[in-house]
Ligand binder design. Structure first.
Ligand SMILES: Nc1ncnc2c1ncn2[C@@H]1O[C@H](COP(=O)(O)OP(=O)(O)OP(=O)(O)O)[C@@H](O)[C@H]1O
Ligand SMILES: [Mg+2]
Length: 597
């Protein structure tokens, strides 16, 4: 139960709904008890007038008078019962409109709380947890919690109100009859709880089997090209059959338990009825009670049956909700450890000084950077060259504050980067990540992504021109309105990279950080982009990360990374002169390019 305490703030927020729900439940239960009482009275009345009628059997006039009197009473009883049923219906409607509506409102709030919290968490969190897990907690777990806030709470409140009302009243009518007729109900409740647990366990297994099945199908279809070219269709169909067989078996085993459910309820209710009739019958014979009481009690047993059944059901919902909420709490308790020390908000000039920077990835323990130092004067450019895994992207991560350095520091305009307000810092850096990601949206919206709501088409077009992708875009039938992503247009690797560059430069950043973003374009386009960038990056600091020396040539300064350490530093001419790693890389790459030409 304890994890669910966290929801109390929401219950408090919607206390009016909850309060009205309780009041409506209370009122609706009156319209449950009174009709049963009326039935009892009506039956006693019928029996009585029947015996009365028999006594005066021979008097025609009396017979006629008592007959119409009798019918009048019965009609009144009937109308009263109808009115009660309608009123009960009205209040049941109102209960759902308050409590179930409240659960939907809380569900909405909780989802938003979780999503907003996800957004604050650092990248490391998303690396440690799978997307499936993140999604499950905001969807499945939240809906299990909603079952607790809605139906479980509703039936729980009903139970708490109805039980004392009905049972208390039954005791005032007849104590032994009450005890006998209620005898099977605890057994009913416990067995419902046990059966329900079995059903839940099996349903969960089915759920897992189903998600396995859909993952399999999804992968098979996205990899259909590979499946077909390696002629694995039959194999794939066999695997599918095996996976769905598992699903079938689990479903059948669930059906078995479910089939037990209703017979069990019916048997126990039947037992109650028999006991009531038997014990009541004896009392009628002894003259202690009228027939009406038996009818009334049978109705009471029926009234209590559903709440008793729901007791088992509610218990298992609450248990599951508690498990779900504790999973949700686990994520809600995750803290963002990348914080700003001074919340400095100011316009950046662009003087970057990296001092003895070392970094170890917390999850893998890999030492990606080892005492790296360099300096870029405001408005100058730096190229970072190095083989795969040498730590280039890690430098970008640290500059963007996706991670914080293990040792050493980065100074930006003579302030530690950690003292800047994070949003303010990131807004002023135009970052082109290595793995290009574009949203399933129009090209214009993708390029204008960082500008918020106020998209300025002129700026977007200019950025596209600077990134050398404008001509490609206007050739598409829908131009800048072309949709990307699933069911949309697929851009080539080089086009994607250039759209991603346009997205970074559209907000005229103070610092431009390009992580290997020209790897998928040819040397000619690379040159065109670099020349265009040189114009717009005049007076702005830029960092160009690349495998290729051709990207680095134009930079004011070049550093060569190897295994996390800086091995060479200087401009193109200087590095060529020392004939080290850079020079040999240059030789190799220009030679290759020459061969291709
Ligand atoms: N999120 C991460 N968690 C753990 N280890 C990582 C992570 N990202 C990178 N690494 C490791 O850190 C080292 C440096 O990686 P980095 O991405 O900085 O290389 P890179 O120079 O950008 O390589 P490439 O040219 O292939 O992009 C690698 O050994 C890599 O396996
Ligand atoms: Mg990289």
């Amino acid at each position: 139960m304890k994890p669910l305490w966290r929801l109390n703030k929401y219950l408090y927020k919607y206390k009016l709904y909850l309060f009205l729900g309780v009041v409506f439940t209370f009122i609706s239960n009156f319209f449950v008890i009174i009709p049963a009482r009326l039935v009892g009275i009506a039956i006693d009345y019928v029996v009585e007038s029947f015996s009365y009628y028999q006594v005066f059997d021979d008097g025609e006039v009396v017979q006629e008078a008592s007959r119409s009197e009798f019918l009048k009473y019965i009609l009144i009883f009937g109308l009263l019962m109808l009115a009660m049923a309608l009123l009960r219906g009205l209040f049941l409607f109102l209960i759902r409109q308050t409590i179930i509506a409240m659960s939907r409102l809380i569900e909405y709030d909780l989802k938003n709380e979780i999503y907003a919290h996800y957004q604050t968490l650092p990248l490391a969190f998303f690396r440690q947890n799978s997307t499936g897990d993140l999604m499950a907690r905001i969807t499945e777990d939240v809906s299990k919690v909603r079952m607790y806030l809605g139906p479980a709470l509703m039936y729980g409140i009903n139970l708490i109100i109805l039980f004392p009302m009905v049972i208390g009243y039954m005791f005032t009518v007849n104590v032994p009859l009450t005890l006998y007729s209620l005898l099977p109900l605890p057994v009913l409740s416990v067995s419902i709880y046990l059966v329900n647990n079995m059903i839940n366990k099996r349903s969960e297994k089915i759920q897992r089997s189903l998600s396995g099945l859909s993952t399999f199908v999804q992968e098979a279809f996205s990899g259909i090209r590979v499946i077909k070219s390696f002629v694995r269709e039959k194999d794939s169909a066999n695997q599918f059959q095996k996976a769905s067989e598992d699903y079938k078996e689990k479903s059948i085993s669930l059906t078995k338990v479910q089939s037990l459910f209703f017979p069990l309820i019916m048997a126990l209710i039947g037992l109650s009825t028999i006991l009531t009739v038997y014990v009541g019958g004896i009392q009628v014979i002894e003259g202690a009670i009228g027939y009406g009481v038996i009818a009334e009690f049978i109705l009471y047993v029926n009234i209590l049956t559903w709440p008793v059944t729901s007791l088992g059901w509610v218990t298992s919902i609450v248990q599951r909700a508690a498990a779900s909420q504790s999973r949700i709490n686990e994520f809600l308790d995750e803290k963002n450890d990348i914080l700003s020390t001074e919340h400095l908000e100011k316009e950046i000039n662009g003087h970057i000084e990296v001092q003895n920077l070392s970094f170890v990835y917390p999850d893998s323990g890999i030492r990606a950077l080892d005492k790296v130092s360099f300096e870029i004067k405001a408005g100058k450019s730096l190229a970072i060259i190095g083989t795969t895994g040498s730590g280039k992207s890690t430098i970008a991560n640290l500059l963007m504050r996706t991670y914080d350095a293990t040792e050493g520091r980065i100074l930006l305009d003579d302030h530690d980067i950690r003292s800047y307000d994070i949003a303010n810092l990131r807004e002023q850096i135009g970052y082109v990540p290595q793995d290009v990601f574009l949203f399933s949206d129009s090209i214009a919206n993708n390029i204008g992504f960082g500008m918020g709501k106020s998209l300025d088409m002129a700026q977007i077009e200019q950025a596209a021109k600077d990134a050398d992708v404008y001509n490609n875009i206007i050739e598409f039938p829908q131009g800048f309105e072309t949709r990307l992503g699933e069911r949309g247009m697929t851009l080539s690797g080089g086009q994607k990279q250039r759209v991603s560059i346009a997205r970074a430069i559209v907000k005229s950043p103070k610092i431009l950080l390009l992580d290997d973003c020209l790897s998928a374009v040819d040397t000619k386009t690379e040159n065109a982009i670099l020349n265009a960038l040189e114009k717009i990056m005049k007076d702005r600091t830029s960092i160009i990360i690349s495998h290729r020396v051709s990207s680095a040539k134009l930079a004011d300064q070049i550093i060569v990374l190897d295994d996390g350490a800086v091995i060479e530093k200087g401009n193109h001419a200087e590095l060529m002169a020392i004939k080290g790693a850079y020079a040999s890389l240059y030789e190799k790459q220009t030679q290759q390019a020459g061969e291709v030409d």
